[in-house]
Design a protein around this ligand. Structure first.
Ligand code: CTP
Ligand code: MG
Length: 229
């Protein structure tokens, strides 16, 4: 099966709060997005990579990655879901891949073994699959006063990661339907679930964390090597 990768990178990184969007911060001598794209582009099953960028992005062209003619570039949207939808429409029109791996630009710690697990589990069903991790902490539900109202059973709870693997056209239809309904999914699986699919949960990796807060950058720098930051 033909697999294309889509890396949404049109976010502003407002929670991180750096001068530049977090996907352009340096980790081990490369930008965060260069790690994320590089792991996908170098996987033997991935035939191409497309990134979606903010329309006013000044940073991508300055990267080594920005000079790579094999990487497709598409304008993103106001939400992650719209950015992914734009990228999917481009992939459908420019490539005849059947499957897409959608992966956050802000996750530099992905590895080939995790991609292998995802492809193995997901390519056999149109319902697709996603990387995820079992919840490690005990979960509490808060009441209006900030006190514990209940302990939530974590037995069957998982934290979703990316990549998420789905058929290109199926995901496009599901995302479009959800956006048309005025809802904004925060991952691809949510749109597929709403359309009736049961995506398979595949064991992700602790190092595949999404750089969200400043301390996350310290963790990925430690894992990926000090380099020339
Ligand atoms: N993303 C995107 N288009 C948007 C918003 C987000 O392509 N309109 C991308 C981000 O660039 C990131 C991924 O989706 O690679 C995950 O989003 P998130 O971690 O929320 O990144 P930001 O939206 O940039 O961060 P924040 O929510 O803190 O502003
Ligand atoms: Mg965001």
């Amino acid at each position: 099966p033909r697999v294309h990768a889509l890396v949404p990178a049109a976010g502003a990184g407002s929670r991180f709060g750096a001068e530049v969007p977090k996907q352009y911060l340096a980790v081990a001598g490369k930008a965060v997005i260069e790690h994320a794209v590089g792991v996908l582009a170098s996987h033997p099953a991935v035939e191409g990579v497309t990134v979606t960028l903010a329309p006013d992005d000044d940073y991508f062209v300055g990267l080594a990655l920005g000079a790579d003619p094999t990487i497709g570039v598409v304008a993103g949207g106001a939400t992650r879901a719209e950015s992914v939808l734009n990228g999917l429409a481009y992939i459908r029109d420019q490539h005849d891949a059947e499957w897409v791996l959608v992966h956050d630009a802000a996750r530099p710690g992905l590895d080939h073994a995790a991609i292998d697990r995802l492809l193995e589990a997901g390519l056999s069903s149109p319902d697709g699959a996603l990387l995820a991790l079992p919840i490690r902490d005990t979960l509490k539900r808060a009441d209006a006063d900030g006190c514990v109202a209940a302990t939530v059973d974590r037995e069957d709870l998982w934290a979703a990661q990316t990549p998420q693997l789905f058929p290109v056209q199926g995901l496009l239809d599901a995302l479009q339907a959800q956006l048309d309904a005025g809802e904004t999914p925060t991952d691809e699986a949510q749109a597929m679930e709403r359309a009736g699919a049961r995506p398979r949960l595949v064991m992700g990796s602790g190092m595949n964390l999404k750089v969200t807060w400043p301390e996350d950058l310290l963790a990925v720098r430690a894992w990926l090597g000090a380099g020339a930051d």
